[in-house]
Design a protein around this ligand. Structure first.
Ligand SMILES: [Fe+2]
Length: 155
């Protein structure tokens, strides 16, 4: 059954599509952060190992809330790895990055997501009049801004 919440079928579909593209980015960033948690080496191993863990946990909770927001709008959430790879705007990491390059790589992905969110949250409001998703994406952007600050502080 479709939601009866004063959003047009087109708005529901297009906002959910925007959320699924975002979910693809969040999933790729989650896997990259997990990879670095496993493979980081160097004198700050212990600190970075734990730091990356706190970041992938946060990303896991973000992925869940983005997927469930798409469901709340009556659309399916992406769930296949190929689907995520086909839609993400992020790039996989090069192999054998040192700790500093890992942090730079994650930081640039968070900053890319922040820029996309700043545009998307405006689109949700002005084009689709979906103030709920506008508010949701604003909160998400703030989370990424905080995660980006923490990464930036290592550099
Ligand atoms: Fe672990």
């Amino acid at each position: 059954m479709k939601p009866n919440i004063d959003l047009s079928p087109k708005a529901l579909k297009e906002v959910a599509a925007l959320l699924n593209t975002l979910l693809s980015d969040e999933t790729v960033l989650y896997i990259k952060t997990l990879n670095f948690h496993w493979n980081v080496e160097g004198p700050n191993f212990s600190e970075l190992h734990k730091f990356f863990e706190s970041q992938y946990e946060e990303l896991s909770s973000i992925m869940d809330s983005v997927a469930e927001r798409a469901r709340a709008l009556g659309e399916k959430a992406f769930g296949g790895l190929q689907e995520f790879l086909n839609h993400t705007r992020l790039k996989e990491s090069k192999s054998n990055l040192n700790a500093k390059a890992m942090i730079q790589d994650l930081l640039s992905d968070h900053e890319a997501i922040i820029k996309v969110l700043r545009k998307d949250l405006d689109t949700c409001d002005t084009t689709y009049h979906d103030i709920g998703t506008n508010d949701f994406l604003t909160g998400l952007m703030e989370k990424h801004e905080k995660m980006a600050w923490m990464l930036r502080s290592f550099l």
